[in-house]
Write a protein that binds this ligand. Structure first.
Ligand SMILES: NC(=O)C1=CN([C@@H]2O[C@H](COP(=O)(O)OP(=O)(O)OC[C@H]3O[C@@H](n4cnc5c(N)ncnc54)[C@H](O)[C@@H]3O)[C@@H](O)[C@H]2O)C=CC1
Ligand SMILES: O=C(O)/C=C/C=C(\O)C(=O)O
Length: 483
């Protein structure tokens, strides 16, 4: 059977790569190639830029209401095709279809709807100087911008970048992860149906080292919005910063989940299962280090491990599977290697820690049992490095001061979760935790207006709301002195 061939979306058309070379695209649940993706080259990136150049002024000057209507139509079409998109996402990524249906695809539609609306309300500042002069700040589209996204939340994160970039009046060259390209391809069909003018959005598929780097290096791409690994972010910054490009980098995390004995226990327990293992732990916001106040530790350990053991690792297309496959064989090997490291570092694996061999259709798929490890020190490698899989460590603590030291000991500073009924303590801790996001008595409770991103090695800049629209526009201040 001939494999489905994904195409680039350039100048409003679905095109093969200029080289006509393709890469294999795997279904992680069965461990087999099921489609092909363009192995695009620098020439395809250049073609996309030529197409974007032709229309960038027209798109930038289009009435806001017209831009709103087109982006809102894309949101509606994502919703209309949600079942097809959720199935495609599940097959491409390995995640349970129930998760794609409940979270990934609705959020992709919300991203377009949110920014379609937000741009209608985006206003610039003015500053009066004591009866002497007035300053007003213009916010112009940057021109052509680049969006590079990862494989863990494919359409969710791809649209989280593209939607504000387009809403702000830019033309976009976008590259989804080569590991999960399918829903970005379906999005190009949707954009054609929705009447997005040709060349405004161009999706170039291929490898990071070729397509991604060509985008980062191209002088006509004036800003790069990237989500992915910290090392990749550092490489992008090393190329783009000397070219004075605007950069938004949303990178890795090693997030603390801090649990005090006075918390709402049942809510905390259920949410901690989710914050540890949702999407097989492949969300940069997952809480991979769980710190529990000592008086609660034994009870938490018993209840948590029992719940984790009850999670079903299974065929992502079957209702009732709590965890699907991890995204690739290489990633599975990387995650499993941390279990060996944890043992070497003195840890005890309380449950999981192994490849799961399913029967039937998924017998060769890349599945890992959810893993809980205890007995490690806060500063060992297992507790310092991003694993990005279904693996958490649990550790007791005695005081706020002690747990803050543990929480802040990592190079990352993305997200954190606090569980306590004492709001004074929550404020105190939130103030001192080194992270861009602090959730109190909840996790991944998202309001798209809020600043989203991390500190330290978790990134530079913020996405979401006005932050994203500011990132994708260039401010110009005009100062007029009164005559
Ligand atoms: N959201 C997050 O925080 C994510 C973190 N990761 C972490 O990163 C590790 C590596 O995962 P990868 O798939 O290799 O992520 P990655 O950072 O290599 O990939 C993310 C995106 O960047 C592109 N890319 C790669 N190299 C590039 C370059 N030199 N220039 C421009 N674009 C480039 C990729 O093609 C992909 O579209 C994971 O094991 C995980 O720890 C991975 C994905 C998402
Ligand atoms: O915007 C969100 O709600 C979530 C974003 C998640 C990531 O950026 C990630 O996992 O990489």
């Amino acid at each position: 059977m001939e494999l489905k061939k994904i195409q680039n979306y350039i100048g409003g058309k679905l095109l093969p790569p200029i080289s006509n070379n393709y890469l294999n695209n795997f279904n992680p649940a069965i461990g087999e190639v099921y489609s092909e993706i363009p192995d695009s080259s620098i020439e395809d990136v250049h073609l996309a830029i030529v197409e974007a150049q032709k229309v960038k002024d027209e798109w930038a000057n289009l009435a806001l209401e017209k831009r709103f209507l087109i982006l809102n139509t894309i949101a509606e079409k994502i919703e209309e095709r949600r079942e097809e998109l959720a199935l495609a996402e599940s097959i491409d990524n390995g995640k349970p279809i129930s998760l794609a249906m409940a979270v990934d695809i609705p959020r992709a539609a919300s991203n377009f709807r949110f920014f379609a609306t937000a741009i209608m309300h985006f206003a610039s500042e003015s500053h009066e100087m004591a009866g002497d002069a007035i300053n007003y700040t213009l916010r112009k589209p940057i021109g052509i911008v680049g969006c590079i996204s990862p494989w863990n939340l494919p359409l969710y994160l791809f649209t989280w970048k593209i939607a504000p970039a387009l809403a702000a009046g830019n033309c976009v060259i976008a590259k989804p992860s080569e590991v999960t390209p399918m829903t970005a391809y379906l999005l190009s069909e949707i954009c054609i149906e929705a009447g997005l003018p040709q060349g405004v959005l161009n999706i170039v598929h291929g490898l990071g080292s070729t397509v991604g780097e060509a985008m980062v290096r191209h002088p006509q791409i004036k800003a790069i919005s990237f989500t992915g690994g910290t090392n990749t972010g550092a490489r992008i910054a090393s190329i783009a910063a000397p070219m004075f490009k605007k950069l938004s980098l949303e990178l890795g995390g090693k997030n603390p989940n801090i649990i005090f004995a006075d918390c709402d226990y049942e809510k905390m327990l259920n949410t901690t299962i989710r914050s540890s293992f949702a999407n097989q732990g492949q969300i940069c916001l997952c809480g991979s280090r769980i710190f529990v106040e000592r008086s609660l530790y034994a009870k938490f350990k018993e209840d948590f491990v029992a719940k984790v053991k009850a999670l079903k690792v299974g065929d992502p297309l079957v209702e009732g599977s709590n965890l699907g496959a991890v995204v690739s064989e290489a990633h599975m090997q990387k995650v499993l290697s941390y279990n060996n490291l944890a043992k070497e570092e003195g840890g005890t694996i309380l449950c999981g820690g192994e490849r799961v061999q399913l029967e039937g259709r998924c017998e060769n798929g890349w599945f890992i049992s959810p893993t809980v490890i205890e007995g490690l020190s806060y500063d060992c490698r297992t507790n310092q490095e991003e694993i990005f899989g279904p693996v958490v460590t649990i550790m007791p603590f005695d005081t706020e001061e002690e747990v803050l030291k543990y929480a802040n000991s990592v190079k990352y500073g993305l997200a954190s979760t606090l569980w306590t009924a004492d709001l004074n303590r929550a404020h105190r801790m939130a103030e001192q935790i080194e992270a861009g996001i602090v959730w109190v008595n909840c996790w991944l409770h998202r309001d798209l207006r809020t600043p989203f991103g991390g500190t330290k090695a978790s990134g530079v800049g913020r996405e979401g709301g006005w932050e994203a629209l500011r990132f994708f526009t260039e401010p110009k201040n005009v100062c007029i002195q009164y005559q």
